[in-house]
Design a protein around this ligand. Structure first.
Ligand SMILES: Cc1cc2nc3c(=O)[nH]c(=O)nc-3n(C[C@H](O)[C@H](O)[C@H](O)COP(=O)(O)OP(=O)(O)OC[C@H]3O[C@@H](n4cnc5c(N)ncnc54)[C@H](O)[C@@H]3O)c2cc1C
Length: 377
């Protein structure tokens, strides 16, 4: 009889922890998924659900593309409420300089077999007539998709449970390490492998993990079916996402299946409160109206804010934690955790079970050069 209650305990039932639980359970490992709240109630509940290939770095590209393909493979099993739709993204270029970026992205993606289409000004208007006039064109990435993240997390959790995973909600973890997770009521759960998937709270449980909170706002409108077809993102979004010091906003708008329009996005460091910041919200909406003037006539029915878990090099932390051989990280996914959840789970479990990962795993290791120093527990 093993000294452990489970082979694996995962702390955090956001989309990343849920995907990990699903992957471990489907490989017949005894796994417990623990959260102090409900399933998908952290950053996962605040997200847009854009499943998007990104190319800030080769490592980011490989992880996002691999994960997008895993979502595509999962599609036949996804229930209706996950609202998986392959809408495609259009990266909107405002001027000739941004058209150069369109062509660079097109060449980069084409070389790596990601289908894309360069749009001139006329084709852009034909596809999305509610964009303002005078834009230079864009890049359509047809395999990008959208999901409804809380239901996706629930689906993955329930599938994990069907494969034997145990879900423990309302359990606040106060400490994890050396093969044990300690809960706030004083009880402990033992496991050979502990996975820290606690998002922006990861560093509280594994001191030395460097995660910063990056606040983001979203607004959803009343339904306007047919108003737009693709997820539309300004190419300036990349500048916004890269800026590490200042607050930024970018035009990033998504049509939901219901016809509602989800409007983003903002990025702020140093904002610790979850409340909506009206000034930031207004800046974000103003930016959206600059690209799509007709949004002005729409009713915003709900707005909210959430926190992205940001690392210094903009890559997630996936793999063994150098400070404790029982601890593994699956955190730091910033604005791409919905996209990369499935790949995170796949490569983490591959590493733990000795299976051969389909992509290189080293770029995401918590021990990567100059990143972090594991603290001995
Ligand atoms: C505004 C906004 C828009 C976004 N849009 C997108 C998008 O379009 N596409 C995309 O790919 N990503 C997007 N993201 C990013 C995405 O939401 C996150 O990367 C992802 O949800 C992270 O999931 P997670 O499971 O790591 O963390 P979370 O969902 O935050 O889950 C962590 C869980 O850990 C639990 N927990 C923490 N501490 C403890 C403890 N001590 N004991 C027990 N439980 C604990 C929490 O309760 C929580 O449920 C967006 C984020 C924001 C804020």
């Amino acid at each position: 009889m093993s000294q452990y209650d489970f082979e694996v305990v995962i702390v955090g039932a956001g989309i990343v922890g849920a995907a990990c639980a699903d992957e471990f359970a489907r490989r017949s490992m005894r796994v417990a998924l623990v959260d102090r709240d409900g399933v998908g109630t952290g950053a996962t509940s605040a997200a847009m659900g854009h499943i998007v290939v990104m190319d800030d770095s080769e490592a980011q590209f490989v992880l996002t593309r691999y994960s997008q393909q895993l979502w595509q493979r999962l599609k036949p099993e996804l229930p209706d409420d996950v609202e998986y739709e392959q809408r495609g993204t259009i990266w909107v270029a405002a001027d000739d300089e941004e058209m150069m970026e369109v062509r660079r992205k097109h060449a980069y993606y084409s070389k790596r077999s990601v289908p894309t289409e360069v749009l001139d000004a006329q084709s852009l208007r034909r596809l999305e007539p509610n964009l303002r006039e005078g834009l230079a064109g864009g890049l359509r990435v047809p395999e990008d998709a959208v999901v409804y993240p809380p239901c996706a997390a629930r689906f993955l959790t329930e599938r994990a449970q069907r494969h034997g995973a145990e879900l423990r909600l309302g359990c606040s973890v106060v400490q994890m390490g050396v093969g044990r997770v300690r809960l706030s009521d004083g009880s402990e759960i033992g496991a050979e492998i502990l996975v820290n998937a606690a998002g922006v709270w990861s560093s509280e449980l594994t001191p030395g993990v460097e995660i910063k909170k990056r606040k983001g706002h979203l607004v959803i409108t009343d339904p306007h079916p047919g108003f737009m077809r693709h997820q539309l993102v300004e190419l300036g979004y990349l500048k916004s996402a890269h800026s590490v010091n200042s607050d930024s906003v970018a035009f990033n708008v998504q049509p939901r299946r219901s016809g509602e329009i989800l409007i983003g996005s903002s990025r702020q460091y140093g904002a610790e409160h979850k409340e909506v910041d009206d000034a930031m919200l207004e800046r974000m909406l103003q930016r959206a109206r600059e690209y799509m003037p007709a949004l002005d006539g729409m009713q915003g029915v709900r707005s909210w804010a959430g926190f992205r878990a940001a690392t210094a090099d903009r890559l997630p932390l996936i793999g063994p934690w150098p400070g404790d051989k029982s601890v593994f990280l699956a955190t730091g996914h910033e604005g791409l955790g919905i996209t990369t959840s499935l790949a995170t789970a796949r490569i983490l479990v591959d590493q733990i079970t000795g299976a051969r990962p389909e992509i290189p795993v080293e770029p995401y290791w918590p021990s990567r050069a100059g990143q972090l120093t594991g603290e001995k527990k």
